[in-house]
Design a protein around this ligand. Sequence first.
Ligand SMILES: C[S@@+](CC[C@H](N)C(=O)[O-])C[C@H]1O[C@@H](n2cnc3c(N)ncnc32)[C@H](O)[C@@H]1O
Length: 203
Amino acid sequence: MGEFDKGYWEEHWAPTVGKDSAELPVNPYIPTETKHLTVGTALDAGCGTGAEALWLAANGWVVTGADISANALTTGAARASAANLTDQIEWVEADLGRWETDRRWDLVVTSYAHPDTGQLAFYRRLSSWVAPGGTILIIGHLHGADHGHGHPDGATATLSGIKSLFEGPGWTIDVGYQTVRTVHVRGHSTQLHDVVVRAHSNS
Ligand SMILES: C[S@@+](CC[C@H](N)C(=O)[O-])C[C@H]1O[C@@H](n2cnc3c(N)ncnc32)[C@H](O)[C@@H]1O
C-alpha cells in the first residue's frame, strides 16, 4: 500500500480525530478563480470534508464531490445537510487516480489532493474530465517550499510543471501563480505555499 493510500486518508478523516482542516472555510482561490464563470456542473476532485464543494453548491453549481475517503464524504454530506445543500451535491467515493468515467464537468477543481499516483499524472487525468469549453482549476502544494507538515516531493508540484500540461493547442491557460497565505485555525496559524493554475478547454 502506498504512503497516501485509502487507509491513510480514512484514518486522516476518521470522525474521532477531529481534524482542524475538517472545519476550514472554503479556500480563497475557489471564489476568486470561479466568480466570473457561468455556473454549471462541477467536480471537486479530492473534496475532503467538502468546504469547496459546499461553497460551489451555494453559489449555483451542481456539484460532484469525489474522494477516496468514505469518512471524509460522510462528514461532507452532514455539512451539506446542515447547509440545506443536499440536493445540489452528489458524493462519490472513488480512487481518482484509477477511476474510470465517461462523465464530463463544466468545471473541475482540485485543492491540495495528492494521490499516490503522483501530481502531474493526477492533474492530467482530471483534465480529461473537463467538458468542451470547460475549466480546470488546480490548487496544489508548491514544490520546494517548506510546508511544515510532511509533504514529500511527490505530493507537490511546480508552477511550470502544471502549466506544461496545458500548453498544447487544446487549452488556454488563464491564470498561473504561486503564493503564500496564512491559515488560522483554533488559535494557531500555518503558512501554506500554494500553486494555482486555471485553464480552459478550447474545444
Ligand atoms: C489535503 S486533503 C484536501 C481536501 C480539500 N480538497 C481541501 O482543500 O481542504 C486531500 C484530499 O484528497 C483525497 N485523496 C487523496 N488521494 C485520493 C485519491 N486517489 N482519490 C480521491 N481522493 C483522494 C483525500 O482523501 C483528502 O480528502
